[in-house]
Design a protein around this ligand. Structure first.
Ligand code: NAI
Length: 402
């Protein structure tokens, strides 16, 4: 029996399809985003929708499709819909935040070498017909120190790859982190800035990281050291960086992310770094590889499939997270989202007792507004149980698996 339709928009990589089909879904794919009306029509009967950055799921649209169980954002960002509103509907939203880790790490490694050899300048000169063969200002990276700010998924991958190149690695993170290989935690951000030949940023965009590197911090860098920002645009003050490069204090930079980025390809773009020496500018492509797209497709589709088949909401960005074991073949599983107010669980248990349904396992996770309770039960017929729980006024959504 089909578990329903999975509507995939915006040319999601085909690696998602077999994963969703294995969960019993019938996959319908569209190469682009759909306008409001076409999206409304396409969502008819959909249990799952997968989208990327160009689609919007408004509350009005979701009101018209209460059958929708889950949304897959096949990307990093999740601003295609209001996550609090989704939670209140019991709509599980998933994304794929770490599928492009390797792509960003590889670009960063390439840039560390390119900046040390001034490849951007040499290439531009030859494009302009200028032959300038010189060893001046060109360095091997072996033996040099890389300072990584933010030692998470990406930062720690870079650490391993850079050591394989013979670099010394120091890092700074606000959380305690296991140092990989021979990397060393710096005693402070200032120490990292003062000792690194190249500093690479891999922190998230948060109030505490905005402006993390401004004029004062750039002035603490080793003279001539280089800076890479493949994290988020607001982390570095680009005017201060441009001044530091012009004065020679900073020896070069690679930047992939900007405080204001164009919405569409070919839109105009300006940055204070344009035209400066030994500066590599890329249009937010750090995570943009075909391999990352395939990995995103598999990751997001797997999360959707697990939710459909087992009820697991692990890594959901909307509803409380519960990691569930597979359903025992002799049991039924009730998945119940309800408003988080006192007394609901008690009533739920009484109802199950009245229906003679024995609970073999129970899982619960709540946020201040929404609770998600999962009950594995022994009963001959699960439908009366599901229907009864649907009558609880605080019920947001109830689903039965068998
Ligand atoms: P992550 O969450 O695994 O690691 C971030 C690390 O930064 C964490 O260890 C955290 O403790 C640390 N951190 C937070 N605030 C800090 C601070 N003030 N100082 C020092 N460390 C701090 O994230 P992941 O996957 O490594 O990605 C890092 C960032 O890279 C993302 O947040 C995203 O903004 C960016 N990114 C950029 C891409 C691109 O296309 N250029 C693609 C993917 C991610």
């Amino acid at each position: 029996m089909s578990a329903g339709k999975a509507l995939l928009l915006e040319g999601i990589h085909p690696d998602a399809t077999p994963v969703l089909e294995a969960a019993g879904l019938e996959v319908v794919s569209h190469p682009g985003a759909l306008g409001d009306h076409d999206l409304d029509v396409a969502l008819d009967g959909a249990a799952v929708v997968g989208l990327r950055s160009k689609s919007r799921l408004t509350p009005a649209l979701l009101d018209r499709h209460p059958q929708l169980l889950a949304v897959g954002c096949f990307c990093i960002g999740t601003d295609q819909l209001d996550l609090r509103d989704a939670a209140k509907r019991g709509l599980a939203v998933f994304n794929a935040p770490f599928s492009n880790t390797r792509s960003v790490a590889e670009l960063t490694i390439a840039e560390i070498v390119a900046l040390h050899r001034r490849l951007g300048d040499r290439s531009r000169e030859l494009h302009e017909g200028v032959w300038r063969k010189t060893a001046s200002g060109a360095h091997e990276v072996r033996g040099r120190t890389l300072g990584i700010i933010g030692y998470g998924h990406i930062g720690s991958q870079i650490s391993v790859l850079a050591e394989a190149f013979g670099m010394r690695v120091v890092f700074h993170d606000t959380q305690p982190k296991l140092a990989l290989g021979n990397a060393q935690p710096a005693t402070s951000l200032d120490e990292l800035l003062a000792t690194s030949d190249v500093v690479s940023l891999h922190v998230p965009d948060e109030p505490s990281t905005r402006g993390l590197l401004g004029a004062a911090e750039l002035a603490k860098m080793k003279p001539g050291a280089m800076l890479i920002n493949n994290a988020r645009g607001k982390v570095v003050d680009l005017d201060a960086l441009a001044d530091a490069i012009r004065s020679g204090r900073v020896g070069g930079a690679a930047v992939d992310v900007y405080p204001h980025e164009p919405k569409r390809n070919d839109d105009p773009f300006e940055t204070p770094l344009a035209g400066l020496p030994n500066v590599i500018l890329t249009p937010h492509i750090g995570g943009s590889t075909e391999e990352a797209q395939a990995a995103i497709a598999r990751d997001a589709a797997t999360k959707l499939a697990r939710y459909l088949v087992e009820g697991s909401t692990r890594t959901s960005v909307s509803v409380p997270e519960v990691d569930l074991p597979s359903l025992h073949p002799d049991r039924h599983r009730i998945l119940h989202f309800h408003r988080n107010v006192p007394g609901v669980l008690g009533r739920l248990h009484t109802m199950l007792a009245d229906l003679d349904a024995n609970i073999t396992a129970e899982y619960l996770q709540s946020d201040p507004e929404v609770s998600y309770v999962i009950l594995d039960i022994e009963t001959t017929d699960v439908e009366p149980v599901r229907a009864k729980l649907d009558e609880i006024p605080e019920t947001i959504r109830v689903r039965a698996l068998f």
